[in-house]
Ligand binder design. Structure first.
Ligand code: MRU
Length: 377
């Protein structure tokens, strides 16, 4: 049974609240999540005591973004093991919670393999649970390290592509510390440019329908003190036409072996705009987001979300993952096309920045080299 409890954290500034953390109170281990469905209006933590609660948190987008989903998945396995639940059953449920971000499966499988290895070697369930937790903690730590390295590589690439600084960067969805053990992916690059005095402005797409840009990226940008401006997704075209965008920086949920990039819906139109306006379109993602088992863009499963996310709007808390209940903005019974992601073909991607180096041009061979560790740092 899902056991999820939400509580508001009083007297703590949100920047002190990590997106995810493992705790071991006397009542037993828990996974504590910053509930991203409530931001920026409320900073509320969600406490999961079992895997079904975490599955629900993933589906409702309380915890979201590819790298963080990987970390959450690994902790979910550790939680099931530590609480004495069936680990393989939990792993199946966690992996199936959302289909597109490959990091979720990668994280789950890593903790599950660590757990299984101990049992296979004759260890007891307690030792196996400890191994699963160690795997999750390692993944969490590695993601923070990867984030810092991506920021460094991304900044160097911006220096190369846009000499002179003063960058005006457009971003989509949310890719900062809310999706990472560190400072994120694309947002971490913008943050590094900001700290070096090289970011003139971060253009933040609101990211319909669930407003990850408006609710989360604007929240992170405001806290970091960078100059940022929020725009509706549809305003991006006129912004490019006005010559106001120097580069697009986005994250990724899955990168196929041919270099096709699945990311939040609305990314592909930005890539088309960027190509038309001769602006670099840069994807920033950890190596774990590259999936050699997905041959091409057409093979990426794109999550379809419920129609009420488009047909209803609520004031403070957007109707994320719930049963709707917002103000209707479309006639009752309207059919909705609501894919959570779209796929950008590799020929529209200027570069993929990873912690292991930069891939440009984006080709299947260059990605294969990256995965076999041959890309120069
Ligand atoms: O549906 P979400 O909010 O999980 O989608 C997240 C994104 O599309 C991010 O851009 C992607 O996961 C990259 S995060 C570094």
């Amino acid at each position: 049974m899902a056991d999820q409890d939400a509580h508001t954290v009083e007297g703590r500034h949100a920047t002190e609240l990590p997106a995810i953390r493992w705790e071991e109170p006397p009542e037993g281990p828990v996974l504590v999540l910053l509930d991203q469905t409530r931001l920026p209006a409320e900073e509320v933590e969600l406490v999961c005591t079992d895997a079904p609660a975490l599955v629900e948190a993933i589906r409702s987008l309380a915890v979201r973004g590819a790298p963080l989903l990987g970390i959450a998945g690994a902790y979910g396995v550790a939680l099931a093991a530590a609480r004495g639940f069936d680990v393989d059953e939990a792993a199946v449920a966690l992996q199936g919670a959302r289909p597109t971000a490959v990091n979720l499966s990668v994280g789950v499988r890593r903790a599950q393999a660590a757990h299984r290895a101990v049992l296979t070697e004759g260890g007891d369930p307690q030792q196996a649970a400890a191994a699963a937790l160690a795997a999750a903690l390692a993944l969490h730590r590695e993601d923070a390290e990867a984030s810092a390295r991506m920021a460094g590589h991304g900044l160097a690439l911006l220096d190369e592509l846009l000499p002179g600084g003063g960058h005006r960067i457009l971003t989509h969805c949310n890719t900062g510390s809310l999706v990472s053990g560190g400072e994120g992916t694309a947002f971490a690059v913008a943050l590094a440019a900001h700290r070096k005095g090289q970011l003139r402005r971060l253009w933040v797409d609101e990211t319909r329908p669930l407003l990850q840009g408006a609710r989360l990226t604007a929240y992170e940008a405001a806290r970091s003190g960078m100059a940022y401006t929020l725009l509706t997704d549809n305003a991006a075209g006129s912004l490019f036409a006005a010559g106001e965008v120097d580069a697009v920086l986005i994250g990724a949920d899955r990168i196929a072996a041919d270099g096709s990039v699945a990311n939040k819906v609305g990314s592909y139109p930005l890539a088309v705009l960027a190509r038309y306006h001769h602006v670099p379109f840069i994807v920033v993602a950890p190596v774990t987001t590259v999936d050699p088992d997905t041959p091409d863009g057409a093979s990426i499963e794109v999550e379809q979300r419920p129609g009420f996310e488009v047909t209803e709007i609520t004031a403070a808390r957007v109707s994320i993952g719930g049963a709707g209940g917002g103000v209707p903005v479309a006639p009752l019974g309207t059919q909705v096309y609501n894919p959570a992601f779209d796929v950008t073909p590799p020929e529209l991607v200027t570069a993929i920045v990873t912690e292991a180096g930069v891939v440009s041009p984006v080709t299947a061979a260059a990605l294969a080299d990256l995965l076999s560790g041959q890309v120069a740092q």
